[in-house]
Design a protein. Sequence first.
Length: 100
Amino acid sequence: MVFLVVQIAMLLSVASASEDCPLVIGQTFLAGSTDPTDGSTAWALTSHGIAEKLFTVNQDGGIVGQVAQSIEKLDDLSWEVTLKSDYKFSDGTLVTAENV
């Protein structure tokens, strides 16, 4: 970690010496698989725009549907989620319970 910090500090000092040459630093992160139950893969797929969530958080901190229209608690362990009827995959196929 210290080595990385030193490298970045050196790059910044070189970049600041030349205003004509912007310094762009990026980090590539690839999902380990397409299985959303595999470690942090669900987060990676969602953060990179490959997958979407049933629900998300709006600007006010409220939970709102993204793919889901509504949710109902059936019992202590069961929930019924109703999907938005017009939600589609990128290829135009309707999102259904069978393929989610």
